[in-house]
Design a protein around this ligand. Structure first.
Ligand SMILES: Nc1ncnc2c1ncn2[C@@H]1O[C@H](COP(=O)(O)OP(=O)(O)OP(=O)(O)O)[C@@H](O)[C@H]1O
Ligand SMILES: [Mg+2]
Length: 306
C-alpha cells in the first residue's frame, strides 16, 4: 500500500509538473517570439536610398558561374543604349570575385570627390564601381564577415554616382549575408534572376527568387542563360544544360520569363577581352538576345513601379 501511495503521489506530482512545465515553456516561447519580433523590428537597418540614385536593379542567381556578371554588364549597356536619355551605373557587389573591371575593361583606383566619396570609373558610357578597383588583381581577399559587411557598406554609401536613373548591382552568388544586407539597406526596384536551364542551377535560382520575395523585393523575372549551343560549323543546335528549365521555373513561381541567351563563344571571348558583345558586335544575334532581355526588364520595371 505504501508503495502504491508513493507511486500515485509521484505520478500526480510529475504529471502536474509536466502540465505546469509545458504551460510555462509555451508561455516562455510566446514571450520569446514576441521579444525576438520586437528586436528584429528594432534591429533591421532602415532602408536608405543611395545618394543620387533613383532606382536600383539587382542581378542575382543563387548558383555561381551562370552568367550574372555578363548579364549585368550587358544589361547595363543595353539599358543605356535603349534609353539614351537615362543614366545607368554598374555596381559590382561581388567583393571576393569582382568581375566588372575585366568585363568593362577598367583598371585603376577611383579618385575622391570633394566630399571624400569615390568617383566611379567609366567605360562605354557606364560608370562602374567594384572592389576590384580597390585591391590588387591577384591579392586574395580573405575577409571575415564583418570586413565584408563594411566593404559592402562602403560600396553602397561612399560612391559619388552623381545623378543616376538606374543602378544595376551585380550580386555575388548565393543567398547569404551580403545579399540580405544589400536588400535590407537600400530600397530595390526589382531583382533579375539568371539561371542556366540545368536542375542544379534552377534549384538555387528558386532559392534566390524566394529570398527576394521574402524580403519584399519585386522579382522582375528570370533570364535563361546558355540554353542552346549552335555549332558554328554545321549549325546543329545542342541544349547542353537543358532547353526549357528556367522558363518552366518562371511558370512555377509565377514570375516573368525575360528571355533566352544562347551559349556562344562570341559572348565569352568578347567578355574576356572587355569589349562586350553589344559593343563589339552589335548586329550579332547574341547582342540581339541581350537587347531583348533588357527591353523585357525595362517593361517589367515600369509595371512594378507604376
Ligand atoms: N551566354 C554565354 N555564352 C558563352 N559564355 C558565357 C555566357 N554567359 C556567360 N558566359 C561565360 O561564362 C563565365 C561565367 O560567367 P559570369 O562571370 O557572368 O557568371 P557569374 O554568374 O557572374 O559568376 P560568379 O557567380 O562567379 O559571379 C564567363 O567566362 C562568361 O564569359
Ligand atoms: Mg559574377
Amino acid at each position: 500500500f505504501t508503495f502504491l501511495v508513493t507511486y500515485l503521489l509521484h505520478f500526480t506530482q510529475s504529471a502536474s509538473n509536466n502540465t505546469f512545465g509545458f504551460t510555462h515553456s509555451y508561455m516562455d516561447s510566446k514571450a520569446l517570439q514576441e521579444r525576438q519580433r520586437q528586436q528584429m523590428a528594432r534591429g533591421l537597418p532602415k532602408q536608405k536610398p543611395i545618394t543620387g540614385v533613383k532606382q536600383v536593379i539587382v542581378v542575382a542567381s543563387g548558383k555561381g558561374g551562370v552568367g550574372k556578371s555578363t548579364t549585368a554588364d550587358l544589361y547595363s549597356m543595353n539599358f543605356f543604349s535603349l534609353s539614351q536619355s537615362k543614366s545607368v551605373g554598374l555596381l559590382d557587389a561581388d567583393v571576393f570575385g569582382p568581375s566588372i573591371p575585366k568585363l568593362m575593361n577598367l583598371k585603376g583606383n577611383p579618385e575622391l570627390s570633394d566630399n571624400n566619396r569615390m568617383i566611379p570609373l567609366t567605360n562605354y558610357g557606364v560608370p562602374c564601381m567594384s572592389m576590384g578597383f580597390l585591391v590588387e588583381d591577384v591579392a586574395p581577399i580573405v575577409w571575415r564577415g564583418l570586413m565584408v559587411m563594411s566593404a559592402i557598406e562602403k560600396l553602397l554609401r561612399q560612391v559619388d554616382w552623381g545623378s543616376l536613373d538606374y543602378l544595376v548591382v551585380d550580386m555575388p552568388p548565393g543567398t547569404g549575408d551580403v545579399q540580405l544586407s544589400i536588400t535590407q539597406n537600400i530600397p530595390i526596384a526589382g531583382a533579375v534572376i539568371v539561371s542556366t536551364p540545368q536542375d542544379i542551377a534552377l534549384l538555387d535560382a528558386r532559392r534566390g527568387a524566394e529570398m527576394f520575395k521574402k524580403v519584399n523585393v519585386p522579382v522582375l523575372g528570370l533570364v535563361q542563360n546558355m540554353s542552346v549551343f549552335q555549332c558554328p560549323k554545321c549549325n546543329h543546335q545542342t541544349h547542353i544544360f537543358g532547353s526549357d528549365g528556367a522558363r518552366q521555373l518562371a511558370d512555377t513561381l509565377g514570375v516573368t520569363f525575360l528571355g533566352d541567351i544562347p551559349l556562344h563563344i562570341n559572348i565569352r571571348e568578347t567578355s574576356d577581352r572587355g569589349q562586350p558583345v553589344v559593343v563589339s558586335s552589335p548586329d550579332s544575334p547574341e547582342a540581339a538576345a541581350y537587347r531583348k532581355v533588357a527591353s523585357a526588364v525595362v517593361q517589367r520595371l515600369q509595371q512594378v513601379s507604376s
